[in-house]
Design a protein around this ligand. Structure first.
Ligand code: NDP
Length: 387
């Protein structure tokens, strides 16, 4: 039997990180945890370390590293440099990047520079620097495997057809908790309501992005770079049941769907196991196989771009290119945090992002430094709007 795949998980304490550990633990001979990182949650990390026994542990925040050292009894590194070192560990065969936001960018870039295969949940890094990351990955022979459920679905669909047979791919969106609401109704929604996603249990930032549909806009940009598809070939349809994760239309008018229960452990297992398929429903009792008769009706509708303008904002950013998507993504982190803190209304999120887009200058991207600079400008513009 082959040696177990050495896995590093950045963002191990989060929603994706914990579900990745669940999948990894179900296949002890196949995977080995070599490194885990988190930001501030030393207590959760202490539990994970006790259960999964990684060789190395990093906490981005120094005080959290001190707390974890006391709980764990072994040295714990901290800081961005330590995160980047963990992304390039000799023993890492696959780096799972499940950090949220722009903190994922440098580790993703470092991992592909080092020729590591990366299972990427952190869509923000691809939105900010997709072209650069994919180019580096090609040069270094590193694979980028999507964890996002829609992109994992597209990855599977693309394997079934040759590139000249594709007319378009369609990403599905649940529509979030406010599907069908008017702008007037959206003015009053609270963070608690926005955090109650109907189908997925996710971290706070991606849950708010799902409610505004910014998540789907970011995913259009993510798909553009992951699969090298022109933006005009990437469509979005609202599908509240979240059973169909993506569709692929071929030139002859056939439409192929990828379906599964809405459970992130599925796409995670696909990214970890590919080209094999892991028998997850046999190994994890709570993982359900899809029953279409139990799922009942599957419905689809066009997104309401007027009430939820985020997808169009992302398309505009993608069309302008250069540093604009990085600026928009960084600005989104600021305004989402402000909404969660009760500083702005739900509708202010996309109103402010539209203003950032109007004000951000066009600048080409040649290096990671340029991307970080564009992100800094986007954050600064958003912060100014927030004061
Ligand atoms: P969570 O908020 O649940 O977890 C985020 C993780 O990143 C935690 O481990 C957190 O550590 C760590 N982290 C946060 N900030 C930093 C930082 N500055 N430096 C280093 N580590 C940091 O997020 P999710 O798991 O929901 O999402 C992770 C990524 O996956 C996002 O990009 C999201 O868009 C994407 N994604 C998530 C899906 C989901 O179902 N959750 C679905 C598809 C994509 P700590 O706990 O210590 O704060």
């Amino acid at each position: 039997m082959a040696d177990p795949t050495g896995i590093v998980i950045l963002g191990a304490t989060g929603s994706i990180g914990r579900q990745t550990l669940e999948v990894v633990a179900a296949y002890p001979g196949r995977f080995r945890v070599v490194g885990l990182s988190a930001n501030t949650n030393a207590e959760k990390m202490a539990e994970l370390v006790a259960r999964h026994r990684p060789e190395q542990v990093v906490m981005a925040e120094p005080q959290a590293a001190d707390r974890l050292e006391k709980l764990y009894g072994k040295p714990v590194e901290s800081g961005r440099g330590a995160l980047v070192r963990m992304a390039t560990l000799e023993a890492a065969d696959l780096v799972v990047v499940a950090v949220v936001g722009q903190a994922g960018l440098e580790p993703v870039h470092a991992a592909v520079q080092a020729g590591k295969n990366v299972a990427i949940a952190n869509k923000e890094s691809l939105v900010m620097a997709g072209e650069l990351i994919m180019k580096t990955a090609r040069a270094k022979n590193a694979r980028i495997l999507p964890v996002d459920s829609e992109h994992a679905a597209v990855h599977q669909l693309l394997a079934a057809v040759s590139p000249n047979q594709i007319r378009r791919v369609v990403l599905t969106a649940s529509g979030g908790p406010f599907l069908g609401c008017s702008r007037k109704e959206l003015l009053k929604v609270t963070a608690k309501e926005a955090l109650a996603h109907p189908n997925w249990d996710m971290g706070a930032k991606v849950t708010i992005d799902s409610a505004t549909l910014m998540n789907k806009g970011l995913e259009v940009i993510e798909a553009r770079w992951l699969f090298g598809l022109p933006p005009g070939q990437i469509d979005v349809v609202i599908h509240p049941e979240s059973i169909v994760h993506a569709l692929l239309e071929t030139v002859d008018g056939a439409v192929i769907a990828q379906m599964a229960v809405p459970d992130m452990r599925g796409p995670i297992a696909y990214a970890l196991g590919t080209p094999d398929r892991l028998d997850l429903p046999e190994k994890i009792e709570s993982f359900q196989r899809l029953s279409l008769s139990k799922a009942g009706k599957l419905t689809f509708e066009e997104p309401d771009d007027e009430t939820f303008p985020a997808i169009q904002l992302c398309r505009r950013a993608l069309q302008r290119g250069g540093g604009v998507p990085a600026a928009l993504s960084a600005a989104d982190e600021e305004v989402v945090a402000a909404f969660l803190d009760g500083r702005i209304r739900f509708t202010d999120i996309t109103d402010m992002l539209a203003q950032v887009l109007d004000r951000i200058p066009d600048k080409p991207i040649a290096s990671l430094g340029d991307v970080l600079e564009a992100a800094r400008q986007g954050s600064d513009l958003a912060r100014k709007l927030l004061t």
